[in-house]
Design a protein around this ligand. Structure first.
Ligand code: NDP
Length: 308
């Protein structure tokens, strides 16, 4: 059984980005800039943002955190997003989700210029991907793709079961896997994964276990600790655990620990390859975000723009 070490793969990816940006700096070219918009004080979001900022600094991406109080109106936030769309000093930006209930995530994502959408979550980015047009890939699915590529786990002709149908993980993941070898921004990745037969499951799916047992690869993004058990996994299958769940842990100084959606202890005895939590998909998501920023920057610097 292979443990898919996202921490290691992400570190290698970051090192390559750092090397590229160091060479740009040596030529006197400006460095890329990412802006991160955060609304309110959700502790998990603040941790994610801090991790993203640290990772940016490590590779040489300039990063600006733009924080708003939770009572900012939707209208004010949309105005700030439009400013970022126009700001030539910013290569890309993200709005950390979730947002307070009075702000429509759909409206926010629709307002972000897809050419700066380095999370790859706007309707334009996803729609362009559906049609095989150049688009910035969604960060988490893209990170999973890189992990599968790194460990040379083929997807062509394989049956992949994706558990979860969210706009940020499940749907773009399923799309990426079912595509003819995926088209993205030319410099993001030369990824050739795709060509899978994909089944997407959700909370209304009947007999999830039976469906999972037919899968060569299972990608779980449900936010449900322990959802995938050993009985649901075909011997030798690859299991990717996207879930990040906080569960109480009196032994931890924080009072909680992070677990995924997979019963790692037992599934790892059946699976051929499995990603751990933490240290699997999480670091890969951040590495993909950095890679998306650098890809957009790489096009902006010589004056190239994503073709319309
Ligand atoms: P959502 O809550 O938006 O979606 C969860 C999906 O899982 C839904 O489609 C839901 O079905 C389905 N689901 C929930 N329970 C079950 C069940 N018992 N059986 C089958 N399907 C179920 O979550 P996200 O997609 O945003 O995130 C999923 C998980 O991944 C979370 O733990 C999140 O923290 C984590 N995550 C991790 C990232 C990383 O970088 N590692 C990045 C993003 C998310 P239905 O649609 O019917 O409600």
């Amino acid at each position: 059984m292979i443990v898919l070490d996202g921490k290691k793969v992400a570190a290698e990816k970051r090192a390559k980005l750092r090397e590229f940006l160091t060479s740009c700096k040596a030529k006197g070219v400006r460095m890329p800039k990412l802006a991160i918009v955060i609304v309110g004080h959700n502790p998990a979001s603040e941790t994610y943002v801090a991790n993203k900022m640290k990772a940016c600094a490590e590779v040489g991406i300039e990063v600006e955190k733009i924080a708003f109080e939770a009572d900012i109106t939707e209208r004010q936030l949309l105005t700030e997003i439009r400013k970022l769309n126009r700001d030539k000093s910013v290569d890309g930006f993200i709005v950390q989700l979730p947002l307070p209930e009075h702000i429509s995530e759909a409206k926010v994502l629709t307002t972000i210029d897809y050419r700066k959408d380095v999370d790859g979550l706007t309707p334009m980015s996803i729609g362009r991907s559906v049609q095989g047009l150049p688009a910035i890939p969604s960060a988490t699915p893209s990170g999973i793709r890189t992990l599968l590529e790194y460990y040379q786990i083929p997807t062509a002709g394989k049956h992949v079961v994706v558990i979860g149908r969210s706009n940020i993980v499940g749907k773009p993941m399923a799309l990426m896997l079912m595509q003819r070898p995926y088209l993205s921004l030319p410099s993001v990745s030369a990824a050739a994964l795709g060509d899978a037969t994909v089944t997407v499951c959700h909370s209304k799916t009947q007999d999830l276990a039976a469906i999972c047992r037919t899968a060569d690869i299972i990608i779980v993004a449900a936010g449900c600790p322990g959802l995938l058990t050993a009985e649901m996994v075909k011997p030798g299958a690859t299991v990717i655990d996207v879930g990040i769940n906080r569960v109480e842990d009196p032994a931890s100084p924080r009072g909680y620990k992070l677990v995924g959606d997979v019963d790692f202890e037992h599934v790892s005895q059946v699976a051929g390859a499995i990603s751990p939590v933490p240290g699997g998909v999480g670091p890969m998501t951040i590495a993909s975000l950095l890679s998306n920023v650098v890809a957009v920057y790489d096009m902006n610097v010589p004056g190239y723009k994503v073709s319309e």
